[in-house]
Ligand binder design. Structure first.
Ligand SMILES: C[C@@](CO)(OP(=O)(O)O)[C@H](O)COP(=O)(O)OP(=O)(O)OC[C@H]1O[C@@H](n2ccc(N)nc2=O)[C@H](O)[C@@H]1O
Ligand SMILES: Nc1ncnc2c1ncn2[C@@H]1O[C@H](COP(=O)(O)OP(=O)(O)O)[C@@H](O)[C@H]1O
Length: 288
């Protein structure tokens, strides 16, 4: 049996540059990953199947529509005789949460199938299957920090970034991605002129990276707050936490993150927030 982690994806920045003729939004985003997430395993075999367990399994929806199966089918469509098998997904990440849980699961499935079929990690068919599965799947394939552009299909070089101690909060309200983008009200072909994305140099230390992140933003924060007003409360709680250096929403929400200078200050903040809001999903994380 082969096994891999499917970590949460966090958009430290998310700048919307406009809307393309195909209806998708052009973006520029610094993407990092957490240590924790879902776990996916594969027992290789001829038939494709999926069993989903774990605390957030019911929210992930019908098994047949699962992004794990969609990714596997997209790869099988590109490689004749691909060895498939029985997947088991332990689902822990909140669903429809702006942290790409489904995308990371799909990317994990492609990595496991690559392993089971002796495909090189940079086999272009893996990237093509990832792209066909969803906008966020290509960046999740390597699961390492980098800038993502286009609708998500254009990936910058891997970045070496410091480990960022963080607290993640999801208030338990699922937020669908499509209507958040739609609230921007952009027409196909329309561009927006927000400030330029800061240049992120590989090897930046934590203070330098924090200073650059402060110059960035998440352009989906306002539309997501209109869709799920509890996000305003989450951001206020994170910004008020002792030691918080920066708080922002990830992706299309509702998960928000706060960055701290040490794992201890992050853990202390998480404990205090859990006491205040036992109904929220509150996790410490090391992002990079
Ligand atoms: C916003 C982001 C930021 O990383 O993350 P999440 O909030 O989903 O985690 C992504 O762009 C989401 O990627 P993903 O969730 O894979 O999106 P897809 O399934 O490809 O698209 C869902 C819908 O979102 C809209 N969409 C998505 C990506 C994009 N660049 N422009 C869009 O307009 C489209 O309406 C599309 O029909
Ligand atoms: N393995 C999976 N995990 C989570 N959601 C999944 C999965 N497969 C399919 N989905 C569906 O994909 C949608 C987006 O889920 P998710 O990837 O968690 O969103 P987000 O990227 O906003 O965090 C949900 O509506 C969910 O039903």
């Amino acid at each position: 049996m082969l096994s891999t982690r499917a970590p949460a994806k966090i958009n430290l920045t998310l700048h919307i540059l406009g809307r393309r003729a195909d209806g998708y939004h052009a973006l520029e985003s610094l993407v990092v990953f957490s240590g924790a997430g879902d776990t996916l395993s594969l027992t290789p075999g001829a038939a494709l199947s999926l069993d989903v367990t774990g605390p957030t399994a019911p929210a992930a929806g019908a098994s047949d529509d699962n992004l794990v199966l969609r990714a596997a089918r997209n790869l099988a469509g590109r490689i004749e005789g691909l060895r498939l098998g029985a997947f088991r997904l332990e689902k822990r990440l909140p669903v429809a949460a702006g942290i790409g849980g489904g995308s990371s699961d799909a990317a994990a499935a492609l990595r496991l199938l690559a392993h089971a079929n002796d495909l090189a990690a940079d086999d272009p068919r893996l990237y093509e299957a990832a792209r066909a599965t969803g906008s966020d799947v290509p960046v999740c394939l390597a699961g390492r920090a980098r800038i993502m552009r286009g609708a998500g299909e254009s990936l910058g070089p891997l970045l070496s970034l410091p480990l960022l101690p963080a607290v993640l909060i999801n208030p338990g309200v699922p937020v669908e991605t499509r209507p958040v983008f739609a609230r921007l009200g952009l027409q196909p072909g329309e561009s927006v002129s927000g400030g330029a994305h800061p240049e992120i140099p590989s090897g930046a230390d934590a203070p330098a990276l924090l200073a650059l992140l402060e110059k960035g933003r998440n352009d989906l924060e306002d539309p997501a707050c209109l869709q799920a007003p509890v996000i305003v409360d989450v951001l206020a709680v994170l910004r008020a936490a002792r030691g918080c250096r920066l708080a922002r929403m990830s992706g299309s929400g509702a998960t928000c993150f706060a960055l701290f200078t040490t794992p201890q200050t992050a853990a202390r903040a998480a404990r205090a927030i859990r006491r205040q809001h036992p109904e929220w999903w509150v996790k410490t994380a090391a992002l990079r």
